[in-house]
Design a protein around this ligand. Sequence first.
Ligand SMILES: [Zn+2]
Ligand SMILES: [Zn+2]
Ligand SMILES: [Zn+2]
Length: 322
Amino acid sequence: MHSRKIMYPFPVDGALRPVFRGKQPAHWKAAAEAKGFALIGRAVDRLHVILGCKTCGTPTLKRISVVLGHNPECPHCIRIRRETAARTVGATLCGPDPDGHRHYGLYEFICGHRDRRQHTRVEAAAAGGHQLSCTICLHERHAIEAGAQGWQLLGDADRPNKSYRRYEHLCGHQQDAAIANMRRGDIDCAGCGESWSSKPSKIYLMAFTLPETQVLKLGFSSNPEFRLRQVQENPKMTKGALLRETSVDTGHRAICIEKALHNHIATHRPDLIVPPELFQSHMRITSEIYHRHGKTYISALLDALASGWDPSVQQAAFVESI
Ligand SMILES: [Zn+2]
Ligand SMILES: [Zn+2]
Ligand SMILES: [Zn+2]
């Protein structure tokens, strides 16, 4: 016979819980102990007990059947683990998923935007040293990149490919394009026929300051000044500078020359290649970054280019003359 409800004198999972009078068999205690908990007592009804987590010290309410037959988890340890992962990637876990999905939570990013994210993805990003990018900021960035090329970002691509988006050209024509191609401006409009490959372009050399080293970026773009701003995660830190640029008649020639230059450097000066782990969290690029001490060598290649050398066809002859 249990009289009026007596409450445990501390909150359990955010609420005060009534004591349930009854026996606490030894094998319940043993099962709790074996799974990292102390059996504090019975609560609410005949089916529930309160466990004390031996890792974080916080009490939690569990069904006795879970204690006996399953692997009870401490919700407080899980929350602490998720909050720590969020901090590691520069975000804050604000609370549960507004849509009520238990694998998701509401996170706030460094930019101040909030969005729902899958907890395991946040933890994987933290474990892998990756950034957690904000979808809203990412969309804005892609819109700016498209605007610089005369296109407007509409939204998701018609095709089910995450690296594509739907865009509208100045002429009014709409089509899917790869985000990376739009960024570089190498996109042809199927509506009006404007072709990136026939537009003038430039081969450029840029310099950046990373925490561990100084680096160069060699590439092509119809708008190197824009590209310079857009490759840096934090321009105040990486202090990018456009060192030089060489005009090329068409985008098509530029991409051939750029590829040939990278091949040339990889063949003759592989020591200049910077491993991605040194720059990938500071720059929005995946490869083709060189050590700053290669400036003289790369400048000589660009001098040769400016005076008529075509690295895509005369590689062998040039190698012997340098
Ligand atoms: Zn715990
Ligand atoms: Zn944002
Ligand atoms: Zn068009």
